[in-house]
Write a protein that binds this ligand. Structure first.
Ligand code: AMP
Ligand code: TRP
Length: 336
């Protein structure tokens, strides 16, 4: 395992918890890749506090994220599952990278523009968020980062920062300071859209919960959300950008069945939208039910979860320390 290339990814413990878009765009692919990589799966709680969080809720959701990773199929015997805040090196490298990140680069980030457009008091952490994300990745000499489409721009910054740090502080060194990571975006499911507004991406922090299917929704809630999913009046089951609602449902089916969205459309030829919604709901319910049950089980066993988190944080810290001390030495800090 130690010789395998390194994979790092994470989800924020925010909003209504992990939802279908996180599962399809990210976590499902973590599970698929976990045999071929040396994996670190992080609950990115330091990222969560870039916007105000209610403390008890943050704690609950952080546990639930860890439980959800495991329930979705991450094996904590093989992969590390840990809290970002348990490994202080994340914040430390983030500072060193922040000092090498340009205002212009951060100002161009679309996630910052979107999130800051909503509120009045914008914390500076929201602005420097991408440098922290780069630190998460670069700390472990990560080779691959499986994420949804919306994280592509952040990944590009992480690559630029790795190259910049190598050129600035280790141009003559035998080995680069930091590995330049690649992004992994799945061919289907990288951008699941809201069920109530298929022009908007599905989000765990949407004000309107009807558009988002959460991992912890009951079967009845999932069914209801799909029944009410916004489609169109064309009455045609086909994969077309003119029909974003229908396309989204077919995409969801495709991720689960492994068939192409076109094949999922062909299987429903001549049927109405009620059938399309019903079939999609059925597939999602079957997929999420065992995961939800496992999350409940794990949440009742905090001793087990704490054990996994502690073990993983210790292993991650030891690995992170190596990078941190090399970077600090290269930048000119006095060694301790
Ligand atoms: P976040 O919810 O921002 O913490 O995102 C966690 C992971 O889920 C990231 O890899 C995102 O790219 C991915 N993700 C978030 N929303 C979606 C979506 N609507 N469709 C597909 N992937 C998503
Ligand atoms: N910014 C990511 C998101 O909102 C979460 C994240 C933080 C992340 N650090 C990461 C994802 C490192 C991959 C790798 O989805």
């Amino acid at each position: 395992m130690a010789s395998q290339p390194i994979l790092f990814s994470g989800v924020q413990p925010t909003g209504g918890g992990i939802m279908l878009g996180n599962y399809m765009g990210a976590i499902r692919n973590w599970v698929k890749l976990q045999d071929s990589y040396n994996c670190l799966f992080c609950v990115v709680d330091l990222h969560a506090v870039t916007v105000r969080q209610e403390p008890a809720r943050l704690r609950e959701l952080s546990y639930r994220n860890a439980a959800s990773y495991i329930a979705c199929g991450i094996d904590p015997e093989r992969s590390l599952v840990f809290m970002q805040s348990h490994v202080p090196a994340h914040a430390e490298l983030a500072w060193l990278l922040t000092c090498n990140t340009w205002m212009g680069e951060l100002s161009r980030m679309t996630q910052f523009k979107d999130k800051s457009a909503k509120g009045e008091n914008i914390g500076t952490g929201l602005f420097t968020y991408p440098s922290l994300m780069a630190a998460d990745i670069l700390l472990y000499q990560t080779k691959i980062v499986p994420v949804g489409q919306d994280q592509k721009q952040h990944l590009e910054l992480a690559r630029d920062l790795a190259i910049r740090m190598n050129n600035t502080y280790a141009a003559k060194a035998k080995e680069p300071l930091l590995t330049v990571p690649d992004v992994y975006i799945p061919p289907v499911g990288a951008r699941i859209m809201s069920l109530s507004d298929p022009l908007k991406k599905m989000s765990k922090s949407d004000d309107d919960p009807a558009g988002t299917v959460f991992l912890m929704d009951t079967d009845a809630e999932i069914e209801k959300k799909f029944k009410r999913a916004v489609t169109d009046s064309m009455n045609r089951i086909a994969v077309s950008d003119e029909q974003p609602g229908v396309k989204n449902l077919l995409t969801i089916q495709s991720v689960i069945t492994g068939e192409s969205p076109e094949a999922c459309a062909a299987a429903l030829e001549g049927q109405g939208y009620a059938k399309l919604k019903g079939r999609t709901a059925e597939l999602v319910i079957e997929t999420l039910r065992p995961i939800r049950e496992k999350v409940h089980q794990l949440m009742d066993d905090k001793t087990y979860l704490d054990g996994v988190l502690k073990r993983s944080a210790e292993a991650a810290s030891a690995r992170a320390e190596k990078t941190i001390s090399r970077v600090k030495e290269a930048m000119g800090f006095v060694t301790r």
